[in-house]
Design a protein around this ligand. Structure first.
Ligand code: GLV
Length: 371
């Protein structure tokens, strides 16, 4: 069977494919292959396509598979770069890698929160630039303590919940804002908070509460985004578009935030209107933000997010939240994205689960195969 991979997603995992007799071609560049090349590869007759979040897998590309293309295996949990509706129409299962990047992404979001609160970049810069003149109780600046503060978690999927659970260890209060309210999980988190207090681990009893977006943004000291990107018109948007997350944080919603609050985005760039963020920062409507994802990636050299006047309050990372050796590269499908991606592809191509697609794990368009 022939498989084309648009990136070297992990040598050990790809070796498993070769050892199983697959004819595998891997695009050699660090950058994504041009769309025309991807189209030519798909049209040349391949059984499986391994993609990353940088590839545009649209209806034209899927149709170019001429019925031979039997699976698209995405090496990411997010699949907003893939036309899932077209894949379902063409009967092509799309696999992805949910679960194995949950902890890595959640912990990175927490570290971004810490970097903002305690001004880690400014502190290191001070030392590196030889500007650390004297130890002083308050000069040249102070940070904000995280313990006991309130964090709004927007999106209560795997990563949002894992992030929230990590915040419990810092005795933060939580505002849980999600499409599905998760009352049992909320009750379990409150039990853990109560126990920490009863055991004397925390001085104050922390609280978790369900909240609307407006309530969450209006009351939080930190806001962390964990929603998938859903654009208007996407079938996942719901009939009335209520589940659209494109520009969820925009001029209006950013204005709900407190001037002392910080925003963290590890979800997808277009969930946040970058122009509105820049304006809000300049007008001191929020204290700062940390971004790991952008409307255009890599972040263009001339992006206004790079403006000098914002540098002190805006941390920028390179879509790195899942970027640990274990999470990105492990060939073990229970540990690594590469392993889970390859296993998802093989599940389909080797007809595992008795060939029943609806029963295979890690299918992004499972509903198309449930009839
Ligand atoms: C990373 O952003 C992913 O979707 O896996």
């Amino acid at each position: 069977m022939k498989v084309f991979a648009t990136a070297d997603i992990g040598p050990a995992a790809l070796d498993l494919l070769r050892q199983a007799g697959y004819e595998l071609e891997v695009y050699p560049g660090p950058e994504a292959p041009p769309y025309e090349l991807l189209l030519a590869q798909t049209a040349s007759g391949i059984d499986g396509l391994i993609t990353t979040l940088r590839d545009c897998v649209d209806a034209g590309l899927l149709a170019a598979g001429h019925g031979r293309l039997r699976v698209v295996a995405q090496d990411a949990v997010g699949v907003d770069n893939i036309d899932l509706a077209a894949a379902s129409r063409l009967g092509i299962p799309v696999t992805h890698t949910p679960g194995v990047l949950t902890q890595a992404t959640a912990e990175f979001a927490l570290f971004m929160l810490g970097a903002l609160a305690r001004r880690l970049w400014a502190s290191e810069n001070l030392v590196r630039e030889r500007q650390w003149g004297a130890w002083h109780p308050a000069l040249p600046f102070l940070g904000s303590e995280v313990t006991g503060k309130t964090v709004a978690v927007v999106g209560l999927g795997r990563i949002g919940r894992a992030f929230a659970q990590k915040c419990v260890g810092l005795d933060m209060n939580l505002l849980a804002c999600g499409r599905s309210p998760q009352p049992e999980w909320i009750a379990a988190v409150q039990r853990e908070m109560d126990l920490r207090h009863e055991l004397g681990f925390s001085r104050h009893r922390a609280r978790i509460q369900a909240a609307s977006l407006r309530e969450a943004l209006g009351a939080a000291d930190f806001v962390s985004l964990h929603v998938p990107l859903i654009r208007p018109g996407d079938p996942a948007a719901g009939a009335d578009g209520a589940d659209v997350t494109y520009h969820l944080l925009n001029r209006q919603t950013l204005a709900w935030m407190r001037p002392t609050a910080y925003l963290i985005n590890t979800a997808r760039g277009p969930v946040l209107d970058e122009a509105a963020l820049i304006e809000a920062l300049r007008q001191n409507q929020l204290a700062g933000a940390a971004l790991d994802v952008y409307a255009t990636e890599p972040l263009p050299g001339d992006s206004p997010l790079r403006a000098e006047d914002l540098a002190g309050r805006l941390r920028l990372y390179h879509h790195f939240a899942s970027g640990t050796v274990e999470t990105r590269l492990s060939p073990d499908p229970e540990q690594g994205m590469a392993g889970r991606c390859v296993a998802g592809l093989r599940n389909v191509l080797e007809g595992r689960y008795a060939g029943r697609l609806a029963q295979m794990p890690w299918l992004a368009n499972r509903s198309a195969f449930q009839k």
